[in-house]
Design a protein around this ligand. Sequence first.
Ligand code: CP3
Length: 343
Amino acid sequence: MQTREKLLIRALRGETLPRPPFWLMRQAGRYLPEYRATREQAGSFLDLCYNPDLAAEVTLQPIRRYGMDAAILFADILLIPDGLGQPLDYREGEGPILEPIRDAAALAALDLDKMHGRVAPVYETVGRLAAELPDHVTLIGFAGAPWTVATYMVEGRGSRDHALVKQWAYGDPEGFGQLIDLLVTATVEYLSKQVEAGAEAVQLFDTWASALSETAFQRWCIEPVEKIVTQLRQKYPELPVIGFPRGVGAGYKSFAKAAGVNGVSLDWTVPLEWAAAELQKDVTVQGNLDPRLLVIGGAAMEAEICRILQILGQGPFIFNLGHGIVPETPPEHVGRLAEMLRG
Ligand code: CP3
């Protein structure tokens, strides 16, 4: 007899469930005191990402507290550039810092063959989680989508206007395309290793898709994501993939039709009735509570949770936030959300 699939996987296969599964982006993180303690023990943020014992521990912390339906591997989207040989540093209050890559010579110095050695502890973390997670919890692996990872690689840090990466992408699409192609290959390999170690679904984070004009969105977001999905499916035909092209408005519709993903994660600006009518017939939707409402809590948060459940719960749906949990979120507000969603 076939065993019943986990709720999150069933939702990603297109089932409408009486109780939609839930998890939260950045569910492991600084809002949890136990995360801050483990992070202290690890040393730096990167030491934590590359320590399988401690990375598995912080992945499990929110599951123990709140009983989410999915655990997302604790790692970071910038481990791929770090693995390719573009050393990464996280500074308190500044976010990630990298030595920028802005031309063919810097690009040529990156080395795909070295990546797996450097990021091997991440695969080990996945293996431990696959062995330790409760039976009903789905293990989600992830990577950044090529455009978003490239923004950090070219700018060398978080950026508001993305002037330098656009300079390259719009001014020399062929040269920039080589960086994107390298990231497509690296991402397929990185996610394949996660799947082989036990990840049951994967999410591609394209946080800065919002910066791109229509044709650039097609070329630098949809096309590379579609290539990644196609190559992964050649190896793992059943692998569920979630895409998150954050902040693209009506562009979500082209993404849902062309990227080949099973699910799209919606940021909090996407209108719910529109998503139900325009997206849910093609893909499972995930989202989209404003993380600020999780900071505020109370009636404002609860009313919005009910509205989202009511409108998106009529079709294939995974409850989540519209972006990651912010550090000042009171843990008890996450508890109330979990109570409402577990039913
Ligand atoms: O719980 C989870 O969601 C899994 C772990 C995870 C992290 N980062 C841990 C993290 C995931 C999925 C990410 C994705 C990620 N990382 C994205 C895409 C999603 C998004 O949030 O837009 C991006 C753009 C990054 C790059 C990144 N990592 C930045 C810009 C920063 C600094 C900002 C910040 O919040 O400090 C990070 C650091 C980071 N990644 C932290 C965590 C828990 C905070 C590090 C700390 O403990 O100090």
